[in-house]
Design a protein around this ligand. Structure first.
Ligand SMILES: Cc1cc2nc3c(=O)[nH]c(=O)nc-3n(C[C@@H](O)[C@@H](O)[C@H](O)COP(=O)(O)OP(=O)(O)OC[C@H]3O[C@@H](n4cnc5c(N)ncnc54)[C@H](O)[C@@H]3O)c2cc1C
Ligand SMILES: *[C@@H]1O[C@H](CO)[C@@H](O)[C@H](O)[C@H]1NC(C)=O
Ligand SMILES: *[C@@H]1O[C@H](CO)[C@@H](O)[C@H](O)[C@H]1NC(C)=O
Ligand SMILES: *[C@@H]1O[C@H](CO)[C@@H](O)[C@H](O)[C@H]1NC(C)=O
Length: 467
């Protein structure tokens, strides 16, 4: 009895300090009652929605953009109608991936990482000049040594379940790890492959291992999959057709109230949609969005949730397609530093400019340790192309312009070494299932759709219990 009283009192206190949603006064047409409410309709949100839908569980997806897909970007060239994936390209050859694409009748094929006849040029984008005498190191032996290190941490392949005492090597800045294990010859390769990590050498080895893990290495050696049509967005277009009214596009959360969840009540989510405000009543919530505090405004975050999420820092990553660069169609231009450690360019900077299957159209990727305004990123890229042409490498005057551009920021979410040592990820994972809230997405594992779908399957098992 005393216990009940205490509980009631503390709940009353909670109720006065956290935002609550008054459900009175909503017309039945504004109330959406579902088993599961999924916030974020990118890679893991869409996967969750389809997986639950196919099991007969009712869902609603809240997505900020006017499409599903998140980091997947596909451009259709208006002259040829050919599609180009300038966001997510590669998948692992594993059953989760094959089953998911088969569900939508979308054929996969082995990804071709560079076409026959393609050449690479190494240019310092700060000067626009070819770096004389530079030849990339053969990373093969260093990659084998890296793989041997990685093999000591197989648990990194499935999530962030770290030992209580986190191995010291995982907490070394990657630059120190490179010198400790003589991995110098793979740094240039890794920098171009594991894009989006911000300053690679100061990033903790843990995050490099998560990003470039054993199955990614396997893919590098044995090949990745991609869609036969080079249209990775097709799965999202088809998923939207399957889910129909259960997806609220161009929508954002106004408030979340989970105060009734401890007594078996619904989670309430108030959403601004283009058709007005909707009240969602759901048994469970799945959060797939980057858990940065600014992205969780209106949520009734607990002290624990707030104290964990506020520790996340993030890098920034951008992608686009350029016309009029005058870079030859089979030429990749890699950005390197003429006089920097391992010839890595100093970020913020473009990683590289690579050909696409449409002549005259080049893909560009840009990285930064911190978020930048889109206009600054675009101007930096255009200035780089202009410097390359001013140096007359390709002997022509370029008039570069963006066919399309997309910011993928915040990208990599990280916490400082001290937080990891202090059990950050253990506490983070303890949130799973509390107040009927489940979490998936890159911050909970890694920026890799295939591996995230495997991870999401595990999360969904928890969601399904008790539904
Ligand atoms: C340029 C680029 C290339 C990549 N290439 C590959 C690749 O080749 N292979 C690979 O496996 N992975 C690749 N990735 C990584 C990518 O697969 C993962 O990052 C994956 O998208 C993560 O899934 P997610 O569900 O966590 O996030 P997302 O796919 O980003 O989904 C999150 C969704 O939530 C939405 N959202 C965010 N905040 C809110 C909010 N407050 N309210 C409502 N909605 C919100 C977003 O609009 C987005 O749709 C690449 C990423 C980038 C940026
Ligand atoms: C591209 O597709 C549109 C719509 O299907 C069609 O009208 C147009 O003729 C196509 N263009 C080319 C070049 O194939
Ligand atoms: C995928 O892996 C299977 C074996 O598991 C193999 O038979 C198949 O050829 C692979 N597909 C591609 C495109 O590499
Ligand atoms: C470069 O351009 C100049 C003048 O426009 C021309 O004379 C020369 O042949 C060109 N060189 C190459 C390699 O195309």
């Amino acid at each position: 009895m005393l216990f009940t009283l205490f509980l009631a009192t503390s709940l009353a206190v909670l109720a006065t300090t956290l935002p609550t949603i008054n459900t009175d006064g909503y017309a039945p047409s504004s109330i959406v009652t579902r088993d599961v409410c999924i916030i974020g309709g990118g890679s893991t949100g869409t996967y969750s929605a389809i997986s639950l839908h196919d099991k007969g569980i009712s869902v609603v997806v809240i997505e900020a953009q006017d499409r599903l897909g998140g980091h997947t970007n596909t451009y259709t060239d208006p002259n040829t109608n050919e599609t180009i994936d300038y966001g997510v390209v590669l998948f692992h050859n594993i059953s989760v991936v094959n089953n998911y694409f088969a569900r939508f009748n979308i054929p996969l094929t082995k990804a071709v990482l560079s076409s026959p006849g393609e050449t690479s040029t190494y240019v310092d984008f700060q000067t626009g000049k070819i770096v004389a005498g530079y030849t990339p190191n053969d990373p093969t032996a260093a990659l084998a040594a890296y793989a041997a290190q990685l093999a000591q941490y197989p648990y990194l392949e499935t999530g962030f379940v770290l030992p209580d005492s986190v191995p010291a090597d995982l907490l070394l800045p990657f630059g120190d790890f490179v010198t400790k294990y003589a991995l110098q010859d793979m740094v240039g390769f890794l920098f171009q492959f594991a894009q989006g990590l911000g300053d690679l050498l100061s990033q903790l080895t843990l995050y490099v291992f998560k990003n470039f893990g054993l199955s990614v290495l396997q893919g590098v050696q044995n090949g990745f999959l991609t869609t036969l049509d080079q249209d990775n967005s097709e799965i999202y277009v088809k998923a939207l057709a399957v889910l129909g009214q259960d997806v609220l596009l161009t929508s954002h959360v106004l408030a979340v109230d989970r105060s009734a969840s401890s007594s078996g009540g619904c989670v309430k989510v108030l959403v601004q949609t283009p058709q007005g405000v909707k009240l969602i009543l759901a048994k469970k919530l799945i959060l797939t969005i980057p858990p940065k505090l600014h992205n969780l405004e209106g949520f009734d975050l607990s002290t624990e949730e707030t104290s964990l999420f506020l520790q996340f820092q993030n890098s920034a990553y951008y992608t686009g397609l350029l016309r009029g660069t005058k870079i030859p169609d089979l030429t990749t231009v890699n950005n390197i530093g003429a006089a920097t450690q391992y010839n890595l360019p100093i970020l913020p900077a473009a990683y590289s400019i690579t050909p696409t299957r449409v002549p005259g159209l080049h893909d560009v990727k840009f990285g930064s340790a911190n978020a930048l305004p889109d206009e600054q990123v675009k101007a930096d890229i255009i200035a780089s192309v202009n410097r390359i042409n001013a140096a007359r490498i390709f002997n022509s005057t370029a008039e570069p312009e963006f066919a399309v551009f997309a910011s993928h920021t915040p990208f990599e979410l990280t916490v400082p070494k001290e937080a990891i040592e202090g059990g950050f990820y253990k506490s983070l994972y303890m949130l799973q299932g509390t107040r009927e809230t489940w979490y998936t997405g890159a911050a909970w594992h890694t920026h890799d759709s295939s591996l995230l779908w495997v991870f999401t399957e595990g999360v969904l098992q928890g969601v399904l219990e008790g539904l």
